[in-house]
Design a protein around this ligand. Sequence first.
Ligand code: SF4
Length: 374
Amino acid sequence: MMTTDSLGLYVHIPFCVRKCNYCDFCSFPYSGAAWRDEYISALCSEIRSYSHKKIRLNSIFFGGGTPSLLTSDEFCSIFAAIQDTFEISPGCEFTVEANPKTLSKENLDAFRKCGVNRLSIGLQSIHENELKKLGRIHNFEEFLDSYNLARSFGFNNINIDLMYGIPEQTIDSFRETLKTVHDLSPTHISVYGLIIEEGTPFYKSLDSLTLPNEDIECEMYYLAADFLKANGYSHYEISNYSRPGYECRHNLKYWRCDEYIGVGLAAYSYFGSRRYGNTNDPRVYLQRDGAKYEYDEVIGLTDAAYEYAMLGLRLAEGFSLSDYRKRFGEDFYQSRSEIIDSFIREGYLLIENDRIFLTERGFYVSNAILTELI
Ligand code: SF4
Protein backbone atom coordinates (compact mmCIF):
# COMPACT_ATOMS: atom_id res chain seq x y z
CA MET A 1 0.00 0.00 0.00
CA MET A 2 1.24 3.49 -0.83
CA THR A 3 2.17 5.77 2.02
CA THR A 4 0.34 9.11 2.11
CA ASP A 5 3.11 11.58 2.64
CA SER A 6 3.57 14.78 4.61
CA LEU A 7 0.22 15.11 6.30
CA GLY A 8 -0.56 17.23 9.31
CA LEU A 9 -2.40 15.88 12.35
CA TYR A 10 -4.46 18.16 14.57
CA VAL A 11 -5.44 16.85 18.02
CA HIS A 12 -8.13 18.75 19.92
CA ILE A 13 -7.92 18.91 23.72
CA PRO A 14 -11.10 20.65 24.88
CA PHE A 15 -10.18 21.41 28.50
CA CYS A 16 -9.34 24.77 30.05
CA VAL A 17 -8.93 25.93 33.63
CA ARG A 18 -11.93 28.17 33.03
CA LYS A 19 -13.52 29.94 30.11
CA CYS A 20 -12.02 33.28 29.00
CA ASN A 21 -14.55 36.09 28.46
CA TYR A 22 -14.03 36.26 24.71
CA CYS A 23 -13.73 32.56 23.91
CA ASP A 24 -16.05 30.72 21.57
CA PHE A 25 -13.69 27.79 20.94
CA CYS A 26 -14.83 24.31 21.77
CA SER A 27 -13.48 24.14 25.31
CA PHE A 28 -14.86 23.37 28.75
CA PRO A 29 -13.68 24.04 32.29
CA TYR A 30 -11.87 20.88 33.20
CA SER A 31 -12.35 20.62 36.92
CA GLY A 32 -15.56 18.68 37.05
CA ALA A 33 -14.97 17.20 33.60
CA ALA A 34 -15.82 13.71 34.74
CA TRP A 35 -15.61 12.67 31.12
CA ARG A 36 -11.91 13.46 30.86
CA ASP A 37 -10.75 9.82 30.90
CA GLU A 38 -13.52 8.82 28.58
CA TYR A 39 -12.56 11.63 26.22
CA ILE A 40 -8.95 10.55 26.06
CA SER A 41 -9.87 6.97 25.27
CA ALA A 42 -12.38 8.08 22.58
CA LEU A 43 -9.68 10.33 21.13
CA CYS A 44 -7.16 7.48 21.08
CA SER A 45 -9.61 5.19 19.31
CA GLU A 46 -10.33 7.87 16.74
CA ILE A 47 -6.58 8.18 16.16
CA ARG A 48 -6.25 4.40 15.83
CA SER A 49 -9.05 4.32 13.26
CA TYR A 50 -6.46 5.55 10.74
CA SER A 51 -4.07 2.65 11.37
CA HIS A 52 -4.78 0.83 8.09
CA LYS A 53 -4.03 3.88 5.97
CA LYS A 54 -0.22 4.13 6.09
CA ILE A 55 0.03 7.84 6.64
CA ARG A 56 3.25 9.72 7.26
CA LEU A 57 3.06 12.91 9.32
CA ASN A 58 5.35 15.86 9.06
CA SER A 59 3.40 18.06 11.45
CA ILE A 60 1.45 17.37 14.64
CA PHE A 61 -0.45 20.10 16.46
CA PHE A 62 -2.12 19.70 19.85
CA GLY A 63 -4.58 22.59 20.15
CA GLY A 64 -7.59 23.42 22.20
CA GLY A 65 -8.54 24.27 24.78
CA THR A 66 -5.38 23.99 26.81
CA PRO A 67 -3.40 20.87 25.89
CA SER A 68 -0.82 21.71 28.56
CA LEU A 69 -3.48 20.79 31.14
CA LEU A 70 -3.04 17.13 30.24
CA THR A 71 -1.08 15.11 32.76
CA SER A 72 2.14 13.56 31.50
CA ASP A 73 0.46 10.14 31.46
CA GLU A 74 -2.49 11.42 29.45
CA PHE A 75 -0.22 13.18 26.98
CA CYS A 76 2.02 10.13 26.57
CA SER A 77 -0.93 7.79 26.04
CA ILE A 78 -2.28 10.00 23.24
CA PHE A 79 1.18 10.19 21.73
CA ALA A 80 1.51 6.38 21.94
CA ALA A 81 -1.72 6.06 19.90
CA ILE A 82 -0.26 8.47 17.33
CA GLN A 83 3.02 6.61 17.19
CA ASP A 84 1.28 3.23 16.77
CA THR A 85 -0.92 4.57 14.00
CA PHE A 86 1.18 6.88 11.86
CA GLU A 87 4.69 7.02 10.55
CA ILE A 88 6.32 10.18 11.91
CA SER A 89 8.80 11.86 9.55
CA PRO A 90 12.19 12.77 10.94
CA GLY A 91 12.08 16.49 11.70
CA CYS A 92 8.29 16.43 12.09
CA GLU A 93 7.12 19.78 13.50
CA PHE A 94 5.34 18.95 16.75
CA THR A 95 3.49 21.84 18.43
CA VAL A 96 1.65 21.92 21.73
CA GLU A 97 -0.51 24.90 22.71
CA ALA A 98 0.02 25.94 26.30
CA ASN A 99 -1.20 28.51 28.74
CA PRO A 100 0.91 30.17 31.41
CA LYS A 101 0.59 28.46 34.81
CA THR A 102 -0.12 25.10 33.19
CA LEU A 103 3.46 24.30 32.20
CA SER A 104 5.43 22.28 34.72
CA LYS A 105 8.71 20.36 34.83
CA GLU A 106 6.68 17.15 34.52
CA ASN A 107 4.71 18.04 31.41
CA LEU A 108 7.66 19.78 29.72
CA ASP A 109 9.72 16.66 30.32
CA ALA A 110 6.97 14.48 28.82
CA PHE A 111 6.69 16.83 25.82
CA ARG A 112 10.43 16.58 25.23
CA LYS A 113 10.42 12.80 25.48
CA CYS A 114 7.55 12.55 22.98
CA GLY A 115 9.38 14.77 20.48
CA VAL A 116 7.49 18.05 20.92
CA ASN A 117 9.70 20.74 19.39
CA ARG A 118 7.43 23.78 19.29
CA LEU A 119 5.26 25.46 21.92
CA SER A 120 2.57 28.05 21.37
CA ILE A 121 1.87 30.03 24.53
CA GLY A 122 -1.14 32.30 24.99
CA LEU A 123 -0.11 35.58 26.59
CA GLN A 124 -2.40 38.18 24.89
CA SER A 125 -1.09 41.17 26.87
CA ILE A 126 1.52 42.02 29.48
CA HIS A 127 -0.89 44.29 31.39
CA GLU A 128 -2.76 43.08 34.42
CA ASN A 129 -5.94 45.12 33.76
CA GLU A 130 -6.21 43.85 30.18
CA LEU A 131 -5.61 40.24 31.19
CA LYS A 132 -8.26 40.56 33.90
CA LYS A 133 -10.76 41.97 31.43
CA LEU A 134 -10.10 39.04 29.11
CA GLY A 135 -10.63 36.62 31.99
CA ARG A 136 -7.18 35.08 31.58
CA ILE A 137 -5.91 32.85 34.38
CA HIS A 138 -2.43 34.40 34.58
CA ASN A 139 -0.50 37.63 34.93
CA PHE A 140 2.65 38.58 33.04
CA GLU A 141 5.05 37.31 35.74
CA GLU A 142 3.40 33.92 35.61
CA PHE A 143 3.74 33.91 31.85
CA LEU A 144 7.44 34.75 32.23
CA ASP A 145 7.95 31.86 34.67
CA SER A 146 6.34 29.47 32.17
CA TYR A 147 8.29 30.90 29.23
CA ASN A 148 11.62 30.69 31.04
CA LEU A 149 10.89 27.19 32.30
CA ALA A 150 10.11 26.07 28.75
CA ARG A 151 13.34 27.66 27.51
CA SER A 152 15.30 25.91 30.26
CA PHE A 153 13.91 22.60 28.93
CA GLY A 154 15.40 23.40 25.54
CA PHE A 155 12.25 24.69 23.83
CA ASN A 156 13.64 27.37 21.58
CA ASN A 157 10.91 27.39 18.97
CA ILE A 158 8.09 29.20 20.76
CA ASN A 159 5.11 31.16 19.51
CA ILE A 160 3.54 33.83 21.71
CA ASP A 161 -0.09 34.79 21.08
CA LEU A 162 -0.99 38.47 21.46
CA MET A 163 -4.20 40.38 21.06
CA TYR A 164 -5.21 43.91 20.12
CA GLY A 165 -8.56 45.61 20.52
CA ILE A 166 -8.81 44.50 24.18
CA PRO A 167 -11.10 46.53 26.48
CA GLU A 168 -9.08 49.35 28.14
CA GLN A 169 -6.10 48.73 25.82
CA THR A 170 -4.36 51.84 24.49
CA ILE A 171 -1.82 52.36 21.72
CA ASP A 172 0.85 52.87 24.38
CA SER A 173 -0.05 49.76 26.35
CA PHE A 174 -0.08 47.68 23.16
CA ARG A 175 3.30 49.13 22.12
CA GLU A 176 4.70 48.14 25.50
CA THR A 177 3.34 44.60 25.08
CA LEU A 178 4.95 44.31 21.64
CA LYS A 179 8.32 45.61 22.84
CA THR A 180 8.40 43.44 25.92
CA VAL A 181 7.51 40.33 23.96
CA HIS A 182 10.01 41.14 21.25
CA ASP A 183 12.73 41.39 23.92
CA LEU A 184 12.03 37.75 24.81
CA SER A 185 13.04 36.75 21.24
CA PRO A 186 10.35 34.20 20.44
CA THR A 187 10.66 32.64 16.97
CA HIS A 188 7.02 33.34 16.20
CA ILE A 189 4.38 35.86 17.28
CA SER A 190 0.66 35.69 16.46
CA VAL A 191 -1.31 38.92 16.76
CA TYR A 192 -5.09 38.62 16.63
CA GLY A 193 -7.68 41.38 16.72
CA LEU A 194 -10.31 40.74 19.40
CA ILE A 195 -13.62 39.66 17.89
CA ILE A 196 -16.68 39.75 20.10
CA GLU A 197 -18.36 36.45 19.34
CA GLU A 198 -22.00 35.75 20.04
CA GLY A 199 -22.67 33.70 23.15
CA THR A 200 -19.52 34.83 25.00
CA PRO A 201 -19.56 36.82 28.26
CA PHE A 202 -18.13 39.77 26.27
CA TYR A 203 -21.07 39.61 23.89
CA LYS A 204 -23.50 39.72 26.79
CA SER A 205 -21.81 42.73 28.39
CA LEU A 206 -20.94 44.52 25.16
CA ASP A 207 -22.54 47.81 26.26
CA SER A 208 -20.34 48.09 29.31
CA LEU A 209 -17.02 47.32 27.55
CA THR A 210 -14.60 50.17 26.87
CA LEU A 211 -13.31 48.98 23.52
CA PRO A 212 -10.73 50.83 21.41
CA ASN A 213 -12.51 52.41 18.43
CA GLU A 214 -11.95 51.32 14.84
CA ASP A 215 -9.26 53.95 14.13
CA ILE A 216 -7.29 52.91 17.19
CA GLU A 217 -7.61 49.25 16.27
CA CYS A 218 -6.34 50.06 12.80
CA GLU A 219 -3.39 51.94 14.32
CA MET A 220 -2.65 48.93 16.53
CA TYR A 221 -2.69 46.60 13.55
CA TYR A 222 -0.14 48.74 11.68
CA LEU A 223 1.89 49.27 14.84
CA ALA A 224 2.33 45.50 15.18
CA ALA A 225 3.10 45.04 11.49
CA ASP A 226 5.62 47.91 11.32
CA PHE A 227 7.30 47.13 14.63
CA LEU A 228 7.66 43.39 14.10
CA LYS A 229 8.81 43.72 10.49
CA ALA A 230 11.39 46.34 11.52
CA ASN A 231 12.64 43.86 14.11
CA GLY A 232 13.28 40.89 11.87
CA TYR A 233 9.91 39.13 11.76
CA SER A 234 8.26 38.36 8.48
CA HIS A 235 4.53 39.03 8.25
CA TYR A 236 3.76 35.79 6.45
CA GLU A 237 0.04 35.53 7.22
CA ILE A 238 -2.57 38.14 8.18
CA SER A 239 -2.18 37.42 11.91
CA ASN A 240 1.20 35.67 12.00
CA TYR A 241 4.81 36.79 12.17
CA SER A 242 7.92 34.64 12.26
CA ARG A 243 11.67 34.70 12.23
CA PRO A 244 12.92 33.40 8.85
CA GLY A 245 12.40 29.65 8.66
CA TYR A 246 10.07 29.50 11.67
CA GLU A 247 6.72 29.81 9.92
CA CYS A 248 4.29 27.30 11.42
CA ARG A 249 4.47 24.34 9.05
CA HIS A 250 1.22 22.89 10.34
CA ASN A 251 -0.85 26.04 9.90
CA LEU A 252 0.67 26.64 6.45
CA LYS A 253 -1.03 23.42 5.40
CA TYR A 254 -4.46 24.94 6.12
CA TRP A 255 -3.73 28.07 4.15
CA ARG A 256 -2.15 26.19 1.24
CA CYS A 257 -5.06 23.73 1.11
CA ASP A 258 -2.81 20.76 1.79
CA GLU A 259 -4.37 17.70 3.37
CA TYR A 260 -4.58 17.21 7.12
CA ILE A 261 -6.39 15.07 9.62
CA GLY A 262 -8.11 16.48 12.70
CA VAL A 263 -9.11 14.28 15.63
CA GLY A 264 -11.16 15.05 18.72
CA LEU A 265 -14.15 17.19 19.53
CA ALA A 266 -15.03 19.73 16.81
CA ALA A 267 -11.95 18.79 14.77
CA TYR A 268 -12.11 18.88 11.00
CA SER A 269 -10.13 16.98 8.38
CA TYR A 270 -9.37 17.57 4.74
CA PHE A 271 -8.27 14.20 3.46
CA GLY A 272 -8.84 12.21 0.29
CA SER A 273 -10.73 15.14 -1.32
CA ARG A 274 -13.25 14.98 1.55
CA ARG A 275 -13.88 17.49 4.25
CA TYR A 276 -15.28 15.83 7.35
CA GLY A 277 -15.60 16.84 10.96
CA ASN A 278 -16.68 15.88 14.43
CA THR A 279 -19.48 17.20 16.56
CA ASN A 280 -18.74 19.82 19.21
CA ASP A 281 -21.03 18.09 21.69
CA PRO A 282 -19.01 15.97 24.15
CA ARG A 283 -21.91 13.58 24.79
CA VAL A 284 -22.26 12.84 21.10
CA TYR A 285 -18.51 12.55 20.60
CA LEU A 286 -18.12 10.07 23.44
CA GLN A 287 -20.78 7.85 21.95
CA ARG A 288 -19.27 8.20 18.51
CA ASP A 289 -19.25 4.85 16.92
CA GLY A 290 -16.28 4.16 14.64
CA ALA A 291 -15.73 6.72 11.89
CA LYS A 292 -19.02 8.59 12.18
CA TYR A 293 -18.69 12.25 11.36
CA GLU A 294 -21.21 14.98 11.89
CA TYR A 295 -20.17 16.58 8.64
CA ASP A 296 -18.77 14.70 5.66
CA GLU A 297 -18.62 16.07 2.16
CA VAL A 298 -16.69 15.48 -1.01
CA ILE A 299 -15.26 18.85 -2.00
CA GLY A 300 -16.36 19.78 -5.52
CA LEU A 301 -14.16 21.76 -7.88
CA THR A 302 -16.03 25.04 -7.30
CA ASP A 303 -15.68 24.83 -3.51
CA ALA A 304 -12.06 23.71 -3.79
CA ALA A 305 -11.26 26.70 -6.02
CA TYR A 306 -13.02 29.08 -3.62
CA GLU A 307 -11.09 27.72 -0.62
CA TYR A 308 -7.79 27.72 -2.45
CA ALA A 309 -8.09 31.41 -3.33
CA MET A 310 -9.65 32.47 -0.04
CA LEU A 311 -7.02 30.77 2.11
CA GLY A 312 -4.08 31.43 -0.21
CA LEU A 313 -4.72 35.17 -0.06
CA ARG A 314 -4.33 35.08 3.72
CA LEU A 315 -0.64 34.44 3.07
CA ALA A 316 1.88 37.09 2.09
CA GLU A 317 3.01 34.72 -0.66
CA GLY A 318 -0.56 34.58 -2.04
CA PHE A 319 -1.03 31.87 -4.64
CA SER A 320 0.24 30.98 -8.07
CA LEU A 321 -2.10 31.93 -10.91
CA SER A 322 -0.78 29.17 -13.17
CA ASP A 323 -1.22 26.61 -10.39
CA TYR A 324 -4.80 27.81 -9.95
CA ARG A 325 -5.41 27.40 -13.69
CA LYS A 326 -3.91 23.90 -13.66
CA ARG A 327 -5.98 22.78 -10.66
CA PHE A 328 -9.33 24.32 -11.54
CA GLY A 329 -9.24 24.93 -15.30
CA GLU A 330 -10.13 28.59 -14.86
CA ASP A 331 -8.11 31.77 -15.24
CA PHE A 332 -8.47 33.56 -11.88
CA TYR A 333 -7.35 36.93 -13.26
CA GLN A 334 -9.32 36.89 -16.53
CA SER A 335 -12.57 36.00 -14.82
CA ARG A 336 -12.36 39.00 -12.46
CA SER A 337 -9.84 41.34 -14.12
CA GLU A 338 -11.83 44.52 -13.53
CA ILE A 339 -12.09 44.18 -9.78
CA ILE A 340 -8.50 42.89 -9.48
CA ASP A 341 -7.18 45.86 -11.47
CA SER A 342 -9.08 48.29 -9.29
CA PHE A 343 -7.70 46.68 -6.09
CA ILE A 344 -4.22 46.86 -7.59
CA ARG A 345 -4.68 50.56 -8.40
CA GLU A 346 -5.86 51.22 -4.83
CA GLY A 347 -2.82 49.46 -3.38
CA TYR A 348 -4.59 46.42 -1.87
CA LEU A 349 -3.43 43.69 -4.23
CA LEU A 350 -0.38 42.86 -6.31
CA ILE A 351 0.47 40.41 -9.07
CA GLU A 352 4.16 39.60 -9.44
CA ASN A 353 5.93 36.63 -11.03
CA ASP A 354 2.71 34.69 -11.52
CA ARG A 355 1.60 35.16 -7.90
CA ILE A 356 -1.33 37.21 -6.69
CA PHE A 357 -1.19 38.49 -3.11
CA LEU A 358 -2.55 41.12 -0.75
CA THR A 359 -0.35 44.04 0.26
CA GLU A 360 0.01 45.05 3.93
CA ARG A 361 -2.81 47.53 3.32
CA GLY A 362 -4.88 44.76 1.78
CA PHE A 363 -4.20 42.46 4.74
CA TYR A 364 -5.92 44.84 7.12
CA VAL A 365 -9.13 44.96 5.10
CA SER A 366 -8.83 41.40 3.81
CA ASN A 367 -12.37 40.38 4.73
CA ALA A 368 -13.92 43.10 2.62
CA ILE A 369 -11.54 42.46 -0.29
CA LEU A 370 -11.96 38.71 -0.29
CA THR A 371 -15.74 39.04 -0.18
CA GLU A 372 -15.70 41.21 -3.31
CA LEU A 373 -13.07 39.16 -5.07
CA ILE A 374 -14.18 35.57 -4.56
S1 SF4 B 1 -7.49 29.48 27.20
FE1 SF4 B 1 -7.99 29.63 25.02
S2 SF4 B 1 -9.40 27.95 24.60
FE2 SF4 B 1 -9.29 28.19 26.82
S3 SF4 B 1 -11.00 29.48 27.35
FE3 SF4 B 1 -9.24 30.83 27.08
S4 SF4 B 1 -9.29 31.44 24.92
FE4 SF4 B 1 -10.67 29.68 25.16
